[in-house]
Design a protein around this ligand. Structure first.
Ligand SMILES: Nc1nc2c(ncn2[C@@H]2O[C@H](COP(=O)(O)OP(=O)(O)OP(=O)(O)O)[C@@H](O)[C@H]2O)c(=O)[nH]1
Ligand SMILES: [Mg+2]
Length: 358
């Protein structure tokens, strides 16, 4: 806002022109207020000369007599950006499709898109680059990232393959949810365990997607048995939902979206401190921590500090007493009560006297 005195001596007028010049060049909205106009009624021929500043219509005011200040503010407010609450933008869900070579990663994305956009071949190692494809489902935007099949490191001879792996790992880093594609014919292999480890360590949501289900001879028990075997092989990832699909026939491919969406939401789930503590106090009263050389762990207080992945701080009497089995117990209690299907959960354990530090 520029306020100009009504009666300015000639040298000050020159000064006004200089300022007006700067303001015009700044290309910012300007409201030109002409001050010391002590008579608001009727025509005010004196303010016309201020049009020459080329800063728009001058607004006559009197600061001394508090005249027309409301009008001035109205002019100022007209330049404010429209503050209408923005429609909540649906967040893009980034999905990395990972798995060993030839499990059907590119086939699956093609099936999702309903077109043969990505190259599919029986030759393992067909896809070399991570490729992003955008699609919408029920108004929700998704990006699927096709990645190069990850092989055992020892077998990687060529640099080009090593870089494909680096890019696949980078795709995991970028993703909200990973589809870990497992071959129904071969079951979970050592290689799958390694790839699952990468996804888990990265703290990403995961859906275990068993592909080529069309190739398996099955009865009503096959799926459950398969799921149990996966849980046995991928012990640290039992939180991940499993789905049995065929990229070839399209079986259950449509169901992936709902699953991805719910896992993505779970990665960002927040539990209020009150409810969390109530739940933990109750669970720990029923199953107290075991004593270690006469001393028992005490958890005083828990609070969720972040999401993606959901991370909890536990304040305890002595963190040395927090053993794996008991942190597993706490994790299971949290999952039992609040869900978190498909996302890893992290814990930070602190001694109570560390509270407030760092
Ligand atoms: N029977 C059957 N074959 C499939 C299915 N999905 C993929 N295939 C076949 O498996 C082979 C490999 O498929 P791709 O989609 O190229 O596999 P990929 O995981 O992208 O492989 P890389 O890019 O080499 O890592 C192709 O011959 C596909 O036709 C499926 O659900 N059922
Ligand atoms: Mg491929």
């Amino acid at each position: 806002m520029r306020i100009r005195r009504m009666t300015a001596p000639p040298d000050l007028r020159e000064y006004d022109e200089k300022i007006a010049d700067v303001l015009r060049r700044a290309r910012k909205p300007v409201v030109l207020a002409v001050n010391k106009v002590d008579k608001m009624q009727g025509d005010n021929p004196d303010i016309y000369e201020f049009y020459s500043l080329a800063l728009g219509d001058p607004v006559p005011i009197s600061a001394g007599q508090a005249l027309s200040l409301g009008e001035l503010l109205d002019e100022v407010v007209k330049h404010f950006p429209n503050e209408q609450p923005e429609e909540e933008e649906t967040e893009l869900i980034k999905v990395a499709v990972v798995g060993k070579p030839n499990v059907g990663k590119s086939s699956l994305i093609n099936r999702i898109l309903g077109e043969e956009r990505l190259i599919v071949s029986e030759t393992p190692g067909t896809t070399r680059d991570a490729i992003d494809t955008y699609c919408e489902r029920d108004g929700k935007p998704f990006v699927f990232i096709d990645t190069a099949g990850m092989r055992k490191k020892s077998k990687i001879k060529e640099n080009i393959e090593r870089y494909s792996i680096v890019r696949a790992v980078a795709a995991v880093e970028r993703a909200d949810v990973c589809l870990l594609i497992v071959d129904a014919e071969t079951g979970v292999t050592e290689q799958d365990v390694k790839i699952a480890g990468i996804v888990h360590e990265a703290g990403k949501g995961c859906v275990i997607t068993v592909n080529k289900w069309d190739k398996v001879e099955k009865d009503h028990k096959t799926m459950n048995k398969f799921a149990q075997t996966i849980d046995g092989e991928l012990k640290y990832m039992t939180y991940a939902p499993k789905i049995f699909i065929s990229a070839l026939t399209g079986q259950r491919v449509g169901k992936l979206f709902g699953l991805i969406d719910s896992v993505s939401q779970n990665t960002a789930l927040r539990i209020s401190t009150g409810v969390l503590n109530e739940t933990l106090i109750e669970a720990m009263a029923v199953t107290p921590p075991p004593a270690d050389r006469g001393r028992s762990l005490r958890v005083y207080y828990a609070t969720q500090v972040s999401v993606k992945p959901p991370t909890f701080i536990l304040f305890v009497n002595d963190k040395e007493l927090m053993h794996f089995a008991y942190s597993r117990f706490i994790e299971n209690q949290i999952r039992l009560n609040f869900g978190f299907k498909g996302t890893p959960i992290h814990f930070i354990v602190r001694n109570r006297d560390e509270r407030g530090k760092s």
